[in-house]
Unconditional design. Structure first.
Length: 303
């Protein structure tokens, strides 16, 4: 190493040792004892001190913010997990409450139905492209239900058992084009055959063969809002089950029949439990309201 390089190194080392001492000395002096050298040192070192102070503060704030953000992120992660768990619990409780309500309705319907019935839960549905229910599946199968048995809810007739396999069965809804139900109009007494339209965008049935009255003066025209019930004719369904409500009526000037569109009584998208009628209700006792007279014993009437 040359002498010049050594002198430069020693000079820089001395400057780095003397300069902090001068800055410290000038900073510790009282304002009345500050000399011209001290003022020069303070004037030169002030920008440097300001820059160092700013840098230290920024580094401290960045570090503190990073540590705080790490803690906040951990808390947010825990809160998100807790929120997701609470959402799942809420959805589960809502589903259970809905199922309990449906089972209570079915239990009340079972007590009010004078027929042999069996309860069933809806375990699957088939949907149309417009998200309309086109078929139901229940948790009753072979040995419990048979094809053709009516399926009802507290709202009315839902359909009939279509196919039974294993421990499950499919239900043919009243809105299916393959469904056929003999109905009667409650207000007018007119009878007809109700079939499903099979519409993919709405729940609808129609009565293509609703007979009109031969008496022109009789007001038996089906109107919007008329209620339809099973007539009991044909023996497929017991009488008195609500099927739907007339949505629209198209009456032609010619012919003996009216074209009627019916809105089903049952909300298929909300069905969770149903009743399957195993046997029709017994016929009413004709002598139930008649008082029995005293009968003679051994053909001898007492005095």
């Amino acid at each position: 190493m040359t002498l010049r390089r050594r002198l430069v190194d020693w000079g820089l080392a001395g400057l780095f040792l003397v300069l902090p001492a001068l800055v410290l000395r000038a900073s510790l002096r009282s304002p009345g004892d500050v000399t011209a050298v001290d003022q020069a040192v303070l004037r030169i070192s002030a920008p440097l001190q300001a820059g160092v102070s700013w840098l230290v503060e920024r580094l401290g704030s960045v570090w503190g913010g990073y540590v705080a953000l790490v803690d906040v992120e951990d808390e947010n992660r825990e809160l998100r997990a807790e929120n997701e768990r609470l959402r799942r619990d809420l959805a589960t409780m809502a589903r259970k409450a809905f199922d309990v309500e449906a089972l209570e309705d079915v239990a009340m319907l079972k007590r009010a139905t004078p027929a042999d019935t069996i309860g069933a839960r809806v375990i699957a549905t088939s949907l149309s492209p417009a998200f309309r229910v086109v078929r139901l599946r229940i948790d009753r199968g072979a040995g419990e239900v048979d094809p053709g048995m009516p399926v009802i809810t507290a709202q009315g007739l839902a359909g009939r058992v279509q196919q039974v396999y294993g421990g499950h069965a499919d239900v043919l809804l009243t809105t299916d084009p393959r469904s056929s139900v003999e109905v009667v109009v409650k207000r007018t007494g007119g009878v007809g055959i109700l079939t499903g339209t099979g519409a993919a965008d709405r729940y609808a049935c129609r009565i293509e063969w609703l007979e009109r009255s031969s008496d022109p003066s009789a007001d038996v025209t089906v109107k919007q809002g008329d209620e339809l019930y099973t007539s009991g004719l044909g023996g497929a369904f017991p009488a008195g089950l609500k099927v739907g409500t007339v949505r629209s009526v198209s009456t032609k000037d010619y012919g003996m029949f009216q074209e009627v569109e019916v809105a089903p009584a049952v909300s298929f998208s909300r069905m969770r439990a149903v009743l399957v009628l195993l046997a029709p209700p017994p016929p009413p006792d004709p002598g139930a309201k008649r008082k029995d007279r005293s009968k003679p014993a051994f053909d001898v009437r007492p005095y």
